[in-house]
Design a protein around this ligand. Structure first.
Ligand SMILES: Cc1cc2nc3c(=O)[nH]c(=O)nc-3n(C[C@H](O)[C@H](O)[C@H](O)COP(=O)(O)O)c2cc1C
Length: 197
């Protein structure tokens, strides 16, 4: 994750390629209910004015983050999935009834995978990225940019050319990375855990 940027804009063809790569990630029923809000120039400034007003910037640890020329906000559209799963080849799943019928919200699964592909494609182009949350500002951001009410946000992606500065690392980044053998679980391991072994 990159937290300090040049103010150089991203070439249009590069940004479109990054989004094109994102569009190739897996999508349930090939629904492709992904929408990516692009904020540049005055829209980008408006985002920061809402979430980090001028008077709170002084002590902000990552002033170079605000130079990122573009903010991308990926959204999943639950309604698109409900409609797709109402079509004849999917209706037997029962998922066309409404979003509440889904045990896993595939609109968020798909949009999250597309976001990861986007981050990797950006890196291939020499760009840096930071995925961060909107937290308490989400309602204000949605209202400011007329986001359709039913869209679900993955987070915000700052994207641009890294300026090479090494600002303080995010607090979370200092947490140790879990090893692959800690992450891989077998049913055997879980049944032992449940027995208290
Ligand atoms: C859902 C999500 C929310 C995040 N929110 C923030 C955030 O609000 N601020 C921030 O600086 N980083 C945020 N991050 C970035 C993580 O801190 C970062 O990916 C993690 O520390 C690993 O950093 P590294 O990739 O540089 O090792 C977020 C990441 C995810 C996946």
């Amino acid at each position: 994750m990159c937290r300090s940027y040049e103010d150089r804009p991203i070439e249009r063809s590069v940004l479109l390629d990054v989004i094109d790569v994102a569009s190739r990630s897996p999508s349930a029923g090939k629904t492709q209910g992904l929408h990516v809000l692009e904020l540049t120039g005055s829209d980008r400034d408006r985002y920061w004015n809402i979430t980090l007003p001028e008077e709170r910037r002084e002590g902000f640890a990552w002033p170079g983050l605000l130079r990122a020329p573009t903010l991308l906000i990926p959204f999943g559209d639950p309604q698109a999935y409900v409609e797709r799963y109402s079509e004849p080849d999917k209706s037997r799943t029962g998922l066309g009834v409404g979003p509440e019928a889904w045990t896993t919200p595939y609109w968020l699964v798909d949009a999250s995978m597309a976001t990861m592909a986007l981050l990797l494609a950006a890196t291939e182009h020499g760009l840096g990225t930071l995925l961060f949350g909107m937290f308490a500002h989400e309602d204000a951001v949605r209202a400011a940019f007329s986001v359709p009410e039913h869209f679900v946000a993955v987070g915000v992606v700052a994207i641009g050319y890294p300026d090479g500065a090494t600002p303080r690392r995010g607090r979370s980044a200092n947490r140790p990375r879990r090893r692959a053998d800690e992450i891989l679980a077998t049913p055997d391991r879980w049944s032992h855990d449940m027995c208290g072994d």
